[in-house]
Design a protein around this ligand. Structure first.
Ligand SMILES: [Fe+2]
Ligand SMILES: [Fe+2]
Length: 172
């Protein structure tokens, strides 16, 4: 059974937002790398790859339902975030926005009794809880170390341990 035209367009909107996330995190990775925060940069790269998987997970679902995917242009991401804290604060703000978008999509699917969408959307609801928690804790720890360069170096090294294709990525 196909998605209604309204849901098709809402899912396409979400695909767009996930690809915007790919770009936003790639820009953060580049900004952090240019300041030699290699570990924070690696983490942002991993996050970008995860967003790529999210976009593709939604894309695959829309196609499985027999609907159309229409990609759109992506605007310039915010650049030149001054510090690791500024970058991760921006990431947290972004994840909260994505959570709201997924909740709105869930509400639309429920309103249309589109039960086939709900398992996928519930997976994303759970994923966003995890994402906000992970990024929120990094923000907390960056605030704790403040301008202590030794503390920042330790965090940079720790976050750099994140594998390139995140093991925390979506299951098949
Ligand atoms: Fe995402
Ligand atoms: Fe995300």
């Amino acid at each position: 059974m196909k998605l209604s035209p309204a849901l098709e367009s809402a899912f396409n909107e979400q695909i767009h937002l996930e690809f915007e996330s790919v770009y936003a995190y790639l820009q953060m990775a580049a900004d952090l790398d240019s300041q030699s925060w290699s570990g924070f940069s690696t983490w942002m790269h991993g996050q970008s790859q995860e967003e790529w998987m999210h976009a593709n997970k939604f894309t695959q679902f829309v196609l499985q339902r027999g609907n159309q995917v229409q990609l759109r242009g992506i605007g310039d991401p915010a650049a030149g975030l001054g510090s690791p804290l500024a970058a991760f604060e921006r990431a947290l703000e972004h994840e909260r926005k994505v959570s709201q978008a997924i909740h709105a999509l869930y509400a639309k699917a429920v309103a249309e009794n589109d039960y086939a969408s709900l398992p996928l959307l519930q997976w994303f609801v759970n994923e966003q809880v995890e994402e906000e928690d992970t990024v929120g804790r990094i923000v907390d720890r960056l605030r704790l170390v403040g301008n202590d360069n030794t503390g920042l170096m330790i965090l940079d090294r720790e976050l750099g341990q994140r594998p390139a294709a995140s093991a925390a990525g979506p299951a098949a």
